[in-house]
Design a protein around this ligand. Structure first.
Ligand SMILES: Nc1ncnc2c1ncn2[C@@H]1O[C@H](COP(=O)(O)OP(=O)(O)O)[C@@H](O)[C@H]1O
Ligand SMILES: [Mg+2]
Length: 426
């Protein structure tokens, strides 16, 4: 049964009380159908955190009468991203000097018909950009998410300082890959496969604040990540750690000598070869299985000169297409990417700010994020917690509120903007 917006609002009362200082925004999908011809985006604002904007006329929502893509009004409804886009230049709604900060159209306020805008640069409205989207299957989460990304991409000229944005999407279901050509064209997205991934988990990222023994820390982090995904025991962990440190040594990188840390780092292939050629290592355990699998699937680029730092790679929209891969490979890639993301985020320094406007730098987006969240990647909570200062935000979409956790230190605690479609458990 489809609930009315007022019923959902009522149902959400309890969760609203639990989340007193968050943006409470009700995104009603009660008129949704599979027909593109209807389903206007309707919404009620439950507090002031999102602005209705007088400047933008509320668009008639009869899609039949609409031109393909209305640049003036930047309607995020389905046509805005499914119709072809003539050029990949981010579009502006009005001259730069007249508007500070990006404006993302979330929908329409059903109480007064005005457009509902999300202002991610304006810290008076949105203190940080961590966002949760919930709604049962088929309520338009993916469509909404694609609309947000497309709008962010198009409006990045209004980012603080006009800084370009990097948007990283972990795509578990193949909703954002080449099979969705309209999205790829609209956002000029780059799709990476878990094959020869062009970033190196063993690359050394120098932090703003000097960290002694950086190669040891990096080796240790990679070892921890592999160990968690493949459930390695203490002895296997030692073996792996030793292979990684030998690989650094082979590249002339000495843990105690920072002047050597700029050398070309080893790749996973090198670690694998050291492992393989060490006759003292028994190769019948879960470490062997893990090493073999990563080697067979050629997950990481073997040529270090073809790798970039993750942040250098992360320009524009970058999709890591995980669809169709075993969950261990998916988890490993996500864990490693988040580890790299976290260390590079810290190394990048604080994002710029002027008055209430903060520069947005990178965003991480995960649709169908239930497995992603239940894996408890250590870097994820740190990114959610500390990202704001670096202009980093995370958008997580899933079917149930409970996926955001129920404990004190759950994900929900770090989410400020909520977009609630028709839900079963709120
Ligand atoms: N605003 C909208 N207007 C019209 N159709 C929509 C809209 N949002 C979603 N749809 C359609 O509804 C269906 C389900 O949407 P989807 O975004 O895949 O839902 P979810 O991700 O929540 O499962 C899709 O066919 C989609 O094209
Ligand atoms: Mg979906």
């Amino acid at each position: 049964m489809i609930k009315s917006a007022s019923k959902i609002e009522e149902d959400l009362d309890s969760s609203r009380q639990e989340l007193p200082d968050r943006i409470k925004y009700l995104y009603s999908s009660n008129e949704m159908s599979s027909s593109k011809a209807q389903a206007p985006l309707t919404a009620s604002v439950l507090d002031e955190s999102l602005s209705s904007c007088e400047d933008y006329p509320s668009t008639p929502v009869d899609e039949k009468e609409k031109p393909a893509y209305d640049q003036e009004n930047c309607d995020p409804s389905i046509n805005a991203i499914t119709d072809s886009v003539q050029e990949n230049v981010p579009e502006k709604r009005e001259p730069m000097e007249e508007r500070q900060g990006m404006e993302i159209l979330f929908g329409e306020d059903i109480s007064n018909g005005k457009e509902l805008l999300w202002l991610p640069n304006d810290t008076n409205k949105v203190f940080h950009t961590n966002t949760g989207i919930i709604g049962t299957m088929g309520t338009g989460k993916t469509q909404f998410t694609k609309s947000i990304i497309t709008q962010l991409y198009r409006d990045q000229a209004h980012n603080f300082d006009g800084s370009p944005l990097g948007i990283l999407i972990f795509d578990y279901k193949g909703d954002y890959n080449e099979s969705k050509e309209d999205f790829i064209v609209a956002t000029n997205a780059k799709v990476l496969k878990p094959y020869h991934l062009p970033f190196n988990p063993l690359a050394l990222t120098k932090a703003k604040v000097f960290k002694p023994l950086l190669p040891i820390h990096t080796a240790n982090a990679f070892k921890d990540t592999l160990s968690k995904v493949y459930g390695l025991g203490a002895k296997q962990q030692n073996t792996l750690f030793s292979c990684i440190t030998q690989a650094y040594t082979a590249k002339g990188i000495k843990a105690g000598d920072p002047s050597t840390w700029g050398n070309i780092p080893p790749t996973f292939d090198m670690v694998y070869n050291i492992y393989l050629n060490d006759e003292e290592i028994k190769k019948t355990d879960s470490l062997a299985a893990a090493m073999e699998k990563l080697h067979q699937f050629e997950v990481f680029e073997g040529d270090p000169t073809k790798t970039l730092s993750l942040f250098d790679l992360l320009k524009g929209v970058v999709v890591v297409d995980l669809s169709g891969y075993d969950s261990d490979i998916q988890n490993l890639i996500v864990a490693i990417t988040l580890d790299l993301f976290y260390s590079q985020m810290q190394a990048s320094g604080s994002s710029k700010m002027d008055h209430q406007y903060r520069q947005l730098t990178k965003l991480i987006l995960v649709d169908e994020a239930d497995n992603f969240m239940s894996e408890e990647f250590p870097a994820l909570k740190k990114i959610l917690k500390e990202g704001r200062e670096f202009g980093v935000g995370t958008i997580l979409s899933t079917q149930f509120l409970k996926h955001f956790g129920t404990s004190d230190d759950d994900y929900a605690k770090y989410i400020l903007t909520w977009v609630v479609h028709n839900v079963a458990d709120a």
